[in-house]
Ligand binder design. Structure first.
Ligand SMILES: [Zn+2]
Length: 390
């Protein structure tokens, strides 16, 4: 008996290793929000090369067994004058398409859920596009439809500022949620099969969007307020409302969104950090070395934040799985949009396997791990395609 117990004790890690290998063979790891494309345009960043900075390139996607990514296209309302919002978005989207074409042996642009599955099965990486902020469509449903034609598969209703469609979480409350135009926008997105993204918008706007939408919505990069009570995170009742309509909350990995103590240091330092970066941009003109100097500034302020372990991210995942169900949680790292402020153990896309191992240790089934790592997002993408045309 003692011998048998000893055998079990020794064999357990082997079983776990076998299970892990089996799972990783064909798991679809699909992240809803990664902001790399502006670096293609501004810095000549190449997906084919492995970098010691930023958080995504093809070699690191391969190491992390990543299968698909929804790239974010954006021009922050506070960074660009309104007349540049649309041209800037189109240029970044063009840079994404060109970069994917330049890596055609390894990566392919996906226009729907079936594309994602086919590309993943072929051993290539699937790239999709999304647009962050209703301000980017020039108040035009025609421009929205053209973005859809160009491959954009979700639109975040607002970014850091309130626009004509929705109140932003970090903006002023103008509409008490969604405006009439916001509700019309949601219906048109449903009709063309574009996912409604409720990250960044106020809690009331999320509830309005869920109410207005016939198809399931996503929060492409939002974390849990019950664990880290900060402005950008979602309270439980809002998470449950998204889930009830079949949607998915894709977790943001920003260390300051995962942990309140880290957030407080981040917010305290942000004005000084941004001022230093602005000075570099003003003084350095087109000097290519300016990007490395800016990364140095970001690293300096990151070091001042208390370290946040990736296990805190697992707690956020577990919380949503518990209050809303494992069908309603996914990944929306916000990599390359969080200025390097990632948790230890999840610092770039090569480290996704840590999440798989962590979920296994927490007792999640293979099927639930597959859902959380990608299939939930794929399900919502497909549901929006199926809901189109109505
Ligand atoms: Zn964002």
């Amino acid at each position: 008996m003692v011998r048998f117990a000893l055998f079990l004790l020794c064999a357990a890690p082997l079983f776990a290793q076998d299970r892990y290998e089996r799972l990783m063979k064909d798991i679809l790891i699909f992240d809803a929000h990664i902001d790399t494309p502006r670096y293609f345009l501004d810095e000549g960043y190449k997906l084919a090369d492995e970098h010691g900075y930023y958080e995504l390139d093809i070699p690191r996607m391969r190491k992390g067994r990543m299968g698909a990514v929804m790239f974010g296209i954006y021009a922050q309302p506070q960074d660009y004058p309104p007349h540049l919002w649309l041209p800037r978005s189109l240029e970044v989207l063009d840079a994404l398409h060109r970069e994917v074409k330049d890596n055609a042996a390894q990566m392919e642009f996906a226009y729907n859920a079936a594309d994602v599955e086919r590309i993943h099965k072929s051993g290539k990486l699937a790239a999709m596009a999304s647009l962050e902020g209703g301000h980017l469509i020039g108040d035009s449903l025609g421009i929205l439809r053209l973005f859809h034609t160009l491959g954009v598969r979700y639109l975040t209703l607002a970014h850091f500022a309130t626009n004509n469609y929705a109140d932003s979480m970090t903006g002023t409350d103008v509409h008490n949620g969604l405006s009439k135009a916001g509700r019309e926008l949601v219906r048109e997105m449903n009709r063309i099969g574009m996912i409604v993204d409720v990250s960044h918008i106020s809690d009331k706007a999320v509830l309005d969007a869920v109410d207005a939408s016939r198809s399931p919505v996503i929060a492409s990069h939002s974390s849990v307020k019950a664990i880290a009570p900060i402005v950008r995170n979602m309270p439980d009742d809002v998470i449950q409302a998204v889930a009830k309509k079949g949607g998915v909350i894709c977790l943001n990995f920003h260390a300051g969104y995962l942990d309140k103590a880290a957030y407080e240091v981040y917010i305290k330092n942000r004005p000084a950090r941004d001022a230093e970066i602005k000075d570099v941009l003003a003084l350095r003109g087109n000097d290519p070395s300016r990007w490395e100097i800016i990364r140095g500034i970001q690293r300096k302020y990151y070091r001042e934040m208390p370290k946040v372990d990736y296990k805190v991210l697992l707690k956020h995942i577990d919380h949503i799985a518990k209050i809303a169900g494992p069908d309603h949680v996914g990944l929306g790292s916000d990599f390359d949009g969080i200025s390097g402020m990632a948790p230890v153990g999840m610092q770039d896309v090569s480290q996704y396997p840590n999440l798989v191992k962590g979920l296994m240790e927490m007792g999640y089934s293979d099927q639930d791990i597959r859902k959380i790592m990608g299939l939930n997002l794929l399900r919502v993408l497909r549901a929006n395609e199926e809901g189109a045309g109505k």
